[in-house]
Design a binder for this molecule. Structure first.
Ligand code: SAH
Length: 458
């Protein structure tokens, strides 16, 4: 490959063959080793493309004409798939998606992790990979005097009307459309982001899959909401599963959905849901996994890999609201969870109490600071579980793990590339990666989760 001059030119056409897929679902073709990324192209396809952007290390192309189709290509079932951009892989069969995700994990393990021969198991997918999301947050706009609830068209701020979303629980679609219609009837105006006027910004619906409880959140620019009382009464009458109606006020000119002030308009502050045997209280602002069915699969995998006997001290880094921590607590002597968001730790403590789990302790802070402190205080883990955000673990945390030498590390990752990078560090520090199990938490999107099991080398 010529490092100085890319082998393609902007606005020129090329015939290429796709061999791979990027982490965000675009096809990868190569000319003399130089990669070209093309949306909507699949591995094993051939196509005519037009180059729209040339960078030093790669180019972006647009698909002009498919010359050979993948056996795994399908017509995307969702009518607004291309405009929405929320899903990236609907043009690939579900079987093809699972194969591509496994290949992605295998690829980074070799390329980035320099790990040869680590078993990467077939991805655990869903039997019914639609209608899985338990949370919808839908922006509200206006069209011909009425309200529309939809999504921002890709690369624009125009709201496109969406009657249903195929990866969303039906209940959430019903809630959003019902609330939209009721607000329209009572003359509520949608928030206009250009003028920073109007009232209703977003409608959010959260649904407890096991409990059937629903929460409605109205996110408004002003505290005042015309006909608030009547709107609430009608929502309650129209949607029997609703246990909680909440208003959140966001007065700022911002893309951030939530503002600081949250008040309960009707019913409870929390709804509840279960993952396995553990009950979780979910408020308007709580983080909670959006695909509870697959979350159970992910946590069961992590718990299996931890191989607890009941005698262990366990640390759970990046613990969020304590979901994995409480799962582990049932099988361990003592579990310590650490998380940077204080509200999440409040939820974690509440959830421990709710489940009468008294061997879990939580601390707010950075995992890379708190865990070295625990270690200095003489707390030593037999097993460490980490579940970091996309950027992976901080190096200080990895070094503390290497010093502390827990006999097992279970790494839950939402980004295979940083997982591979961190596994390399742990391997160099005395650990062996035994196996990796990818789990499909977000069918039809390019997201890929995986759990790795590591053991201290003797
Ligand atoms: N284990 C949880 C959440 C994982 S998401 C679950 O399964 O539900 C990753 C979490 O890491 C987020 O809650 C985020 O707030 C937290 N986080 C990000 N950086 C952190 C840091 N440096 N130290 C501790 N927690 C951090």
């Amino acid at each position: 490959m010529n490092a100085l001059k890319p082998p393609v030119q902007k606005n020129e056409y090329y015939d290429v063959a796709f061999e791979d897929m990027t982490h965000d679902g675009a096809g990868v073709a190569k000319i003399n080793g130089y990669p070209i990324f093309v949306s909507n192209a699949l591995p094993d396809e051939k196509a005519k493309i037009k180059i729209i952007k040339v960078n030093k290390g790669y180019a972006i192309g647009r698909l002009i004409e498919l010359q050979k189709e993948s056996d795994y290509r399908v017509d995307a079932p969702c009518p607004i798939y291309k405009q929405c951009g929320g899903c990236q892989l609907q043009h690939l069969t579900y079987e093809g998606q699972l194969l591509a995700k496994r290949k992605q994990v295998q690829g980074v393990m070799e390329r980035i992790g320099k790990l040869q021969g680590v078993p990467v198991h077939p991805v655990l997918g869903m039997a019914e990979p639609w209608r899985y999301r338990n949370k919808a947050q839908v922006p509200i706009g206006e069209r011909e005097g009425g309200l529309v609830a939809g999504f921002y068209q890709q690369r624009s701020h125009e709201i496109i009307d969406m009657k249903e979303c195929m990866i969303q629980q039906e209940t959430n679609d019903t809630v959003v459309q019902t609330v939209r219609a009721i607000c329209e009837k009572y003359g509520v105006r949608a928030y206009d982001e250009k003028k920073h006027k109007g009232t209703l910004r977003h409608v959010m619906s959260r649904y407890g899959l096991v409990t059937n409880e629903t929460m409605v959140v109205l996110i408004t620019r002003t505290e005042e909401l015309p006909n608030k009382k009547k709107i609430v009464e009608e929502i309650v009458a129209a949607l029997p599963g609703v246990k909680s109606i909440v208003q959140n006020v966001n007065q700022k000119k911002t893309n951030v959905i939530f503002g600081d002030k949250t008040t309960v308009l009707w019913g409870e502050e929390y709804i509840y849901d279960y993952i396995g045997d553990i009950k979780f209280a979910i408020s308007a602002r709580s983080f909670y996994q959006v695909n509870p069915e697959q979350t159970k699969v992910l946590y069961d995998t992590a718990l299996n890999y931890a191989e607890l006997t009941g005698e262990e001290t366990v640390m759970d880094a990046y613990c969020g609201i304590g979901t994995i921590t409480l799962f582990l607590a049932q099988k361990a002597k003592k579990v310590y969870g650490v998380e940077i968001v204080p509200e999440a730790i409040d939820d974690a403590r509440r959830n421990a109490e709710l489940n009468e789990i008294d061997n879990a302790e939580f601390e707010v802070g950075e995992a890379e600071v708190v865990i070295p402190n625990w270690y200095k205080q003489g707390i030593k883990a037999d097993v460490i579980v980490v579940d970091p955000p996309r950027k992976g673990c901080d190096e200080a945390l990895l070094n503390t793990i290497i010093d502390m030498k827990p006999k097992k590390v279970v790494y839950v990752s939402c980004n295979p590339a940083t997982l591979a990078r961190d596994l390399r560090v742990l391997e160099d520090g005395g650990y062996k990666t035994v196996e990796i199990q990818p789990v499909d938490m977000f069918p039809h999107t390019a997201h890929c989760e995986a759990v790795a099991k590591l053991e201290l080398k003797m």
